[in-house]
Design a protein around this ligand. Structure first.
Ligand code: G16
Length: 527
């Protein structure tokens, strides 16, 4: 079927520079005529090779997902894309999209999501572009896309009605093939190659009490395929498992504030052995055990320390990485076990070259992101399965037992993040600047019983492609004992947010189970 290509005249928007993970704005911004189109065309114009290629498109199911997907399909057809792989109903989790890009050797993919930000007509929307291999576009490309978005004058679409994405199957849009897939199967197949499903099935059948909260976001159907269909758990282990366009009015950020009910049940009332939650687009995770929550930094360290229990890493790992503000709990494991530990700027894209090169197998961030070399995004359900695999490999041990054992072996890195939201850009910059000015004079100065060993503004040179990232946060280190980090968030949709990260290492046996605030308050005062 031939469809006419139309060129539509447009004018640039000045605000299409992507943040830490894609372009995120209020829905109302994305609904402006030409806004999404300008961005998508800027990608097509900047990144060669779309003609005759395969593209993956999907989103977290939030409000405006359906409309945006039809727009992208029509523009892809006009750009000469040969085939688009899209999730049923346009739904793909971020890690599942990364997997499909890899599986189909696609030229790239568009994922429509504003992650954990609230959805609905008054909520947020977002788009991120991923390159071949399934990782988010590197900064060099996003800078070029931004430059293009500031000069764009036309974009192209084809004249065709919207296509039905409610069933798996193949349709044509102009001369482009649209392959609509049930990505939950592909994703679960991948997970079966990474974990010991027999052991996890046995764990679940042994009276192990477990719940997974999908927060009415994208992971519900994936969790059903994994936990119910393949691992034999009853449907009742799933909470809020139907994706809704407004996430049920909630804030699908899996942490102790936004998943408070689950935390109450498991941490306070000690009602379950293990529970987990994931976020809007399925890349974040929260891990809870009876009576405690596992911080993302420690979850990363524990998963890396126990990598050998996963079939994929039977022979150990060569390396692991964390973003700079993530606590150094991972480094302590790497030092003892003898694998390499890398420190990168905030943003999953900085892990991708190291993953591609085989230098790291496991990586994670304090912002509830953990993952491995199976895809090029963080992966909430992967982290949950990694914990289940670990629990299955240590019969009779609880999450609390595993944590205590970990702290006894590697010490405990107490950790806290304080967010200062709703600041003006000037306010945030003034605070950053006042610390920046003092960095050079800090080494050698003592505060209480802590002496500054180093203070700098973090910059990163990628060892694979030599690209350089500057201005990645201010850090003040007190040897291995403690660290203060200050940086500006790159994911907000209005105003500026400052993040203050505090970390203190305690190694004496009597110091391993103190309240976090008690340990960190002196450091907070210094900060
Ligand atoms: C995104 C990025 C992460 C980053 C996080 C927090 O997560 O993918 O790499 O750590 O934002 O960023 P910031 O501190 O700049 O707000 P997500 O889950 O929002 O896509």
């Amino acid at each position: 079927m031939h469809a006419a290509v139309r060129s539509i005249t447009t004018t640039p928007f000045e605000d299409q520079q992507v943040g830490t993970a894609g372009l995120r704005k209020r829905v109302q911004v994305f609904k402006q005529p030409h806004y999404l189109e300008n961005f998508v065309q800027s990608v097509f114009d900047t990144h060669p090779g779309f003609e005759g290629s395969t593209l993956v498109v999907g989103g977290d199911g939030r409000y405006h997902n359906d409309v945006a997907i039809q727009t992208i399909l029509s523009m892809a057809a006009a750009a000469g894309v040969q085939r688009v792989v899209v999730g049923v109903d346009g739904i793909l989790s971020t890690p599942a999209a990364s997997h499909l890009i890899r599986k189909h050797d696609a030229h790239g993919g568009f994922v429509l999501s504003a992650s954990h930000n609230p959805a609905g007509p008054e909520g947020d929307f977002g788009i991120k572009f991923s390159v071949r291999g399934g990782g988010q576009a590197p900064s060099s490309l996003t800078d070029a896309i931004y430059a293009r978005s500031r000069t764009i004058t036309t974009y192209r679409q084809i004249d065709a009605p919207p296509i039905d994405l409610s069933q798996p199957g193949e349709t044509r849009l102009g001369s482009m093939i649209v392959l609509c897939v049930d990505s939950t199967r592909d994703y679960a197949d991948l997970m079966e190659t990474r974990f010991d499903f027999d052991a996890i099935r046995a764990l679940l059948a042994s009276g192990f009490e477990f719940a997974f909260d999908a927060m009415h976001a994208v992971t519900g159907p994936y969790a059903r395929e994994l936990f119910v269909n393949r691992l034999g758990a009853p449907e009742s282990v799933l909470r809020n498992a139907t994706p809704l366009p407004d996430f049920g009015g909630g804030h699908p950020d899996p942490n102790l504030v936004y998943a408070a009910d689950l935390a109450e049940e498991v941490v306070t009332r000690q009602g379950l052995d293990f529970a987990a939650a994931s976020d809007g687009d399925g890349d974040r995770n929260m891990i809870l055990g009876r009576g405690l929550s596992v911080s993302p930094c420690e979850s990363l360290a524990v998963i890396a320390a126990n990598a050998r229990c996963m079939p994929a890493y039977r022979n150990g790992i060569r390396g692991a990485a964390r973003s700079m503000p993530t606590s150094r709990a991972l480094d302590a494991v790497a030092a003892q076990q003898g694998f390499a530990a890398h420190e990168t700027p905030t943003g999953w894209k900085f892990f991708c070259n190291l993953l591609d090169a085989g230098d790291i197998q496991i990586c994670g961030e304090e912002s509830f992101g953990t993952g491995s070399d199976h895809v090029r995004e963080k992966d909430g359900l992967w982290a949950v399965l990694a914990w289940m695999n670990l629990l299955a490999s240590r019969p009779g041990q609880s999450v609390a037992d595993i944590m205590l054992d970990h702290w006894r072996t590697y010490g405990r890195h107490y950790y806290e993040r304080h967010d200062y939201e709703g600041l003006s850009a000037e306010q945030a910059e003034r605070v950053m600047d006042s610390l920046r000015q003092r960095l050079a004079a800090l080494p050698g100065q003592s505060f209480d019983d802590l002496t500054v060993s180093a203070a700098d503004e973090f910059a990163y040179s990628d060892p694979i492609d030599n690209s350089h990232a500057q201005g990645q946060g201010l850090r003040v280190c007190f040897g291995d004992a403690a660290r203060i980090v200050l940086r500006k968030s790159g994911t907000g949709t209005s105003g500026a947010t400052l993040r203050l990260y505090l970390e203190c290492l305690r190694q004496d046996p009597w110091e391993l189970r103190l309240p976090t605030q008690e340990v960190l308050t002196p450091l907070a005062v210094i900060a």
